[in-house]
Design a protein around this ligand. Sequence first.
Ligand SMILES: [Zn+2]
Length: 259
Amino acid sequence: MLSALRSRPRQLSLFDETPFWDQASLEAAILRETGREVRLTLTDNRSVLLSFRRRGGAVLLRLHRMFLHAPLGVVRAVSRSLRRTSRSADGEVRRFMNENLHRVRKVPRPLPPLVTGGKHYDLRQVYDRLNARFFAGGLHVPLTWGRGGGRARRGGLTFGSYDPVLALIRIHPVLDRREVPSYFLESVVYHEMLHHHLGGVADGAGRTVYHSRVFREAEARYPWHRQALTWEKENLPSLLRASQELDRRRKAESAAFRR
Ligand SMILES: [Zn+2]
């Protein structure tokens, strides 16, 4: 969730390279293109980037995670290969794989240590409450207080983010304060849980829309959604100051550590 003094749309936090897809939306896109039941497994396999076999009426497809970054054209080409109706598709897919070899990691990126206990709020409790209330306890997504810093931009602050590759929710530590009402923290955590739950939806141009109409409707089901927006607007300047203060302290601490 990105917030700004000027009215800027909230977005899924943008990493250096935000993937176009998450697993569910990629699988759905391939299913749309092939019209067949597709079961997608994402791999970190370094030697086989794409493989598939048929079992019954279904296609069991294994793709390297790099395909989360594949534009719609490449996803269509993959789908054509699955139908084996086009030979040219193979070339397009191969080109994409060659251009994305830098994404083939020696080791998969590990989850960072998860810290849910805070000075004032326990994220685990917030998460469990929301999970029980809105997801029938069915959501399984790790979350952690983030380190803060690096995320604050000119006039804005990213309170929470969802990393679709790690499937990890990070919450900005500036929210771990008594002054922050629990409904505001809850609304931020709930927003990121929805990103995990709903994934992205491809629009006509092949871009992934994260804040779809369905997302907004689900978000508005949080009873204090409006109050949270109002509180955010009124308190953003003080949150920005607090986050800069956190940043300064963190830098001082790491400088002391290096000495
Ligand atoms: Zn968002």
